[in-house]
Design a protein around this ligand. Structure first.
Ligand code: SAH
Ligand code: SF4
Ligand code: F3S
Length: 465
């Protein structure tokens, strides 16, 4: 039994990067709650600040060091007021840079990677005891090992309070790490090799979330559709099969999953999309480039035609499926023709939305050593052209929704009194006139218009029979 400590300290977590970091930040808060730490939204009142960092692109990484400069000022302020501040760096930059962070920023008390979160309470007490040493001997606690034990086994399950704070939708990490080694990407180095959580752990956490009021769960993984968890009989269960098991949980109304790799869209998962209404018809399926030369250089291990064929299979199973994607422009060696091929695949697919990035050289990845690095101005120019195309597609997708009736999960009061807001199956924000009583359930809504980045709806009142 963990000893419950009553005197409350304030914890502020700043989260960068992907949804998996968002999930992890909540787990860290859960792990510290029994040790007297209560989350706060006010960094000025914090006794402990954790930066949960992202290493995916250079800009994301560099944010940490500028933030740590501000942390030093904050610590000085806290000390002047007779209090103190401890600082921890977690996440993917911590994993990648370890000791280097402590060296560059002596203000840091702890540096620890994503595989060590369950050890956070011990690290914290070790860091606190090092505070009493002579300043010349003070050193940050650094933990970037990949432990043998399963961190998920040791992290507290999503607690009721945290779930209520999150509301009607929640993330649930089912898979972590990546074995694919795309030439541009740091994830296999920061998150380690692929690990899937056992089926029973996933189902228990899903049931707890639903019991606390969650209606929509997004399953997370760096390669979520490579999920291969073991069931009680020791059999491997893929994401498709897991979806059927989740569909049996009473009260769970929507399931999404992200991020998928095109190579792992297997028949079982596609069949689940055909059979299960609970699986939302909106899929994030990054292709990165439409050029086979680039796809090969990126080590994506599929061609543009194979990607298009996969989408065809998905749309045959689920005709109302919409897609989102990720694109990288300016990978080493990318010619104007390669880039045109990317625009061309975007036109072929017709995305509902997409994220696009200039290639950012990441130390230690194969892409960093390739010749033919692309000039910054060319990357910028290509990114703009790509984003113009994608923005036009997003606008067209929103416009095509007008006149349709769709289920909307009503989540919150709207911008104006008398309005409520929610999400469509395609993650579009929808605003409509309606009473706050509608919040917390899915209602049929007719889409009557669009406004910037959202849809305007009208509640469909069920006709009496
Ligand atoms: N596992 C996912 C992607 C995780 S990273 C997948 O396989 O698709 C999220 C996105 O960041 C990637 O899809 C890619 O578009 C982008 N990205 C990753 N590394 C990058 C880099 N070095 N430079 C620019 N963008 C990058
Ligand atoms: Fe990175 Fe590729 Fe793995 Fe996605 S599949 S996390 S892009 S290495
Ligand atoms: Fe960033 Fe790590 Fe996620 S590098 S995108 S926080 S897996």
């Amino acid at each position: 039994m963990t000893e419950i400590i009553a005197n409350t300290k304030k914890l502020f977590i700043k989260t960068y990067g992907c949804q998996m970091n968002v999930y992890d930040s909540d787990r860290m808060a859960d792990a510290l709650a029994p040790h007297g730490y209560e989350p706060t939204g006010d960094i000025m009142a914090a006794d402990l600040v954790l930066l949960n960092t992202c290493h995916i692109r250079e800009k994301a990484s560099e944010k940490v060091f500028s933030e740590l400069g501000r942390m030093k000022e904050l610590q000085d302020l806290r000390r002047a007021a007779g209090a103190d501040l401890m600082i921890g760096v977690a996440g993917c930059v911590a994993q990648a840079e370890g000791e280097e962070i402590a060296r560059r920023a002596p203000v840091v008390d702890m540096v620890f990677g994503p595989q060590s979160y369950h050890r956070l309470p011990e690290m914290l007490s070790e860091a606190a005891s090092r505070r009493s040493l002579h300043p010349s001997q003070q050193r940050a606690v650094v933990d970037t090992d990949y432990p043998e034990e399963d961190k998920f086994e040791h992290l507290p399950a999503a607690s009721k309070e945290v779930t209520i704070k999150r509301g009607l939708t929640a993330f649930l990490t089912v898979q972590e790490g990546c074995d694919k080694f795309c030439a541009f990407c740091v994830v296999p180095y920061t998150r380690g090799s692929e690990v899937s959580r056992p089926v029973s752990q996933v189902l228990t956490e899903a049931r707890n979330l639903v019991a606390a009021g969650v209606k929509e769960i997004t399953l997370l993984g760096q390669n979520v559709n490579a999920y291969h968890g073991l069931d009680a009989a020791g059999r491997t269960v893929g994401l498709g099969e897991l979806a059927y098991l989740l569909a049996d949980i009473a009260g769970l109304e929507r399931v999404r999953y992200t991020t998928s790799h095109p190579r792992d869209m297997d028949d079982a998962l596609i069949a689940a999309h055909r059979d299960l209404d609970i699986l939302m018809p909106y899929l994030h399926l990054p292709v990165q480039s439409g050029s086979d030369t680039m796809l090969k250089a990126m080590n994506r291990r599929h061609t543009a035609a194979e990607y298009l064929r996969t989408i065809e299979r998905i749309k045959t199973a689920r005709p109302d499926m919409a897609l989102s994607g990720d694109f990288i422009v300016g990978f080493p060696g990318e010619t104007e023709q390669d880039f045109e091929d990317t625009l061309s695949i975007i036109r072929d697919v017709g995305y509902a939305s997409a994220y696009s990035f200039k290639y950012s050289t990441r130390p230690g990845t194969p892409g960093a050593n390739l010749g033919g690095q692309i000039a910054e101005e060319i990357k910028t120019e290509r990114l703009h052209r790509l984003q113009d195309l994608v923005n036009a597609q997003t606008t067209a997708f929103h416009a095509a929704c007008v006149g349709k009736t769709m289920p909307v999960l009503i989540e919150r009061p709207g911008r104006m009194p008398g309005q409520v807001g929610g999400r469509s199956p395609y993650l579009q924000a929808v605003h409509l006139d309606g009473s706050p009583d509608l919040i917390g359930a899915i209602h049929q809504v007719e889409i009557v218009g669009t406004s910037t980045n959202s849809l305007v709806g009208r509640l469909k009142v069920a006709q009496a029979a």
